[in-house]
Design a protein. Sequence first.
Length: 92
Amino acid sequence: MTNQWQHPETAAETHARLQSQQAAIEMAARERRRKSAGADILIGLVLCLLGIVITVATYNSASRSGGTYVVAYGPIIFGAIRFFKGLANLGA
């Protein structure tokens, strides 16, 4: 940046510099959303699969020897929501 007393920036130069800075900020924000989306997709998938595995495992155990089983709908629903949130942010 130059000293304003030696060579003041014109309005057009200031506008161009601000547009360039704004574009850089928006690009960084998109990159952060993309990285966050990838983490949301992965965590959501793992949670959903974990809930399904717990449900299937306890159901198989209960069906063989009797008793009760656990439907782990919390991790399944929360994982699905996080997965689809990640997909939505990936496309944004």
